[in-house]
Design a protein around this ligand. Structure first.
Ligand SMILES: Cc1cc2nc3c(=O)[nH]c(=O)nc-3n(C[C@H](O)[C@H](O)[C@H](O)COP(=O)(O)OP(=O)(O)OC[C@H]3O[C@@H](n4cnc5c(N)ncnc54)[C@H](O)[C@@H]3O)c2cc1C
Length: 455
């Protein structure tokens, strides 16, 4: 399809854009995706080295990542990525790794470092969740705005106690967001708890880039199309101005899903946005990520093992994933893989340090967490992403609520333009897919097309 036949344009072929495009296409809408790079996937992209995937991401997903798992199946990538390889979960306590898998609240009384007296106070949690009820609707993060007045650390210390915050609530949330418990909104914790507590964790069989590649295969994408601006000339459809093959081009479309990071959305869509939307987008902050990817000459664990490191134990690592190799898997058979994620705070301070200094610090941390690991390392690489994940700090859900309110009002007035991306839902692959689908549904309703899920 040429760009001129397009009715709806999706800008950005990250997971949010791909999910939106897939949904619109399934409903029979003529679409095209405009992607600046030469491959799809956005922040879920990865490289490799001699059979070892260099993923700045930890390939761990939860059985509660329904949007992501459904998307994998719908685009036909399940044979490559699923079923997930079950992962054991452990926490670091006094420098040692202790296997834990709390599935009910009473399991916390046995969790290392959590005081029994404070663990017993967790019986309050189900009561609180009943009270907050609708404010934690899974598909509507804006519903949490009224609760978005405290950090998870404040909330946790007030209701349960410091040991519960330090040893469980903090790691439970920050391992998935790299945020800081003192700043992360309690809504983020409560939503995550409702959706993910007790769910099974596991490792995808291949890199997530397989999902992006498979999805991209069924969607028309203009690669190398760098969108510079969106305009709405009076009385005419929306105009997309983009640069491709060194030429400035433009195309008229009926509607747009803008699925790029918040800072870029603010620039690209400046002429379409209200002052309120521009302010909200300007306030969205991202946390950096520094990751050490290692191949070891033998597996360090016989099962995938996800180790989370409470901040009181380290300050360097947030999580460590150990994976044994397997034929046709992400790590070659007979080898082991280790992916160590530094905390957001440590990453921010380390972002400009030279690679060899970072590699040394992170290998020291690996050795501390897995004594003897260093001697088995045959390849190591440090990866850094300055703007890895949006921060869901106190105030973020109020910002989402403001964006959603303005967007809904403007759609009703005829502005066919929707923002999508992880920053609108959850700082994860699952959140990105969910937000893309939601954006597509909003447009489908407006365009009068039926939602394929409703059929
Ligand atoms: C280092 C790192 C580690 C992570 N680890 C995990 C993890 O373990 N688990 C997890 O669930 N999530 C993880 N994430 C987060 C996850 O990758 C993101 O939440 C998700 O991929 C965001 O998808 P998106 O579609 O919202 O945005 P993006 O992936 O940023 O997609 C935006 C797309 O728009 C394109 N684009 C931008 N500007 C333009 C333009 N002007 N014109 C055309 N195209 C444009 C970009 O090239 C990109 O392809 C990690 C992220 C990073 C960076």
């Amino acid at each position: 399809m040429s760009a001129d036949e397009v009715r709806v344009a999706v800008i950005g072929a990250g997971l949010a854009g791909l999910a939106a495009a897939y949904e619109l296409r399934r409903a029979g809408i003529a679409i095209a995706v405009f992607e600046r790079e030469s491959v799809a996937g956005g922040r879920a992209r990865s490289g490799d080295h001699e059979g070892l995937l260099l993923e700045p991401l930890s390939p761990v997903v939860s059985s509660a990542d329904h949007a992501l798992l459904d998307f994998i199946a719908e685009v036909g990538a399940q044979d490559v990525l699923l079923p997930i390889r079950p992962a054991l979960t452990a926490v670091v306590h006094d420098g040692r790794s202790v296997e834990v898998d709390p599935r009910r609240l009473r399991d916390f009384a046995r969790m290392p470092g959590v005081s029994v007296r404070e663990a017993l106070r967790l019986v309050r949690l189900p009561r609180l969740l009943r009270r907050y009820g609708e404010q934690l609707a899974p598909d509507a993060p804006e519903a949490g705005a009224a609760l978005d007045d405290r950090s998870l650390a404040d909330f946790g210390r007030l209701y349960f106690g410091r040991s519960v915050v330090d040893r469980w609530m903090g790691p439970f949330v920050t391992s998935g967001s790299l945020g800081d418990p003192e700043e992360t909104s309690r809504v983020h914790f409560l939503r995550r708890y409702c959706e993910h507590f007790g769910a099974r964790r596991g490792v995808l069989r291949a890199s997530l880039r397989e999902l992006a590649a498979t999805a991209a295969g069924s969607i028309p994408i203009l690669f190398g199309a760098n969108v510079r601006a969106l305009r709405a000339p009076p009385g005419r459809p929306l105009v997309i101005e983009y640069l491709r093959d060194g030429k400035e081009r433009s195309v008229e479309v009926d509607a747009v899903v803008l699925a790029v990071r918040a800072d870029r959305a603010r620039v690209v869509a400046a002429p379409l946005l209200t002052a309120g939307e521009r302010d909200v987008l300007a306030g969205i902050r991202y946390t950096p990520a520094v990751t050490l990817c290692v191949r070891t000459c033998r597996p360090l664990s016989w099962h995938p093992l996800e180790l989370s490191v409470p901040r009181v134990e380290s300050g360097v690592a947030e999580t460590l994933l150990l994976e044994p190799g397997m034929a046709g898997g992400r790590v070659p058979d007979g080898f082991g893989g280790a992916t160590l994620h530094a905390t957001g705070t440590w990453s921010a301070a380390a972002l400009d340090a030279p690679d060899d200094a970072l590699e040394k610090d992170l290998l020291d941390e690996l050795e501390r967490l897995q004594p003897g690991a260093r001697a088995t390392v045959d390849f190591a690489r440090v990866l850094r992403a300055p703007l890895a994940r949006p921060r869901f700090d106190v105030g973020h859900y109020r910002a989402i609520e403001q964006l959603t309110r303005i967007e809904t009002e403007r759609l009703a007035e005829g502005r066919r333009f929707v923002l999508a991306g992880d920053y609108r839902m959850d700082p994860s692959w699952n959140g990105a897919v969910q937000s893309g689908r939601r954006a597509a549904r909003a447009l489908l309703t407006d365009l009068g097309a039926s939602d394929p899920r409703a059929r």
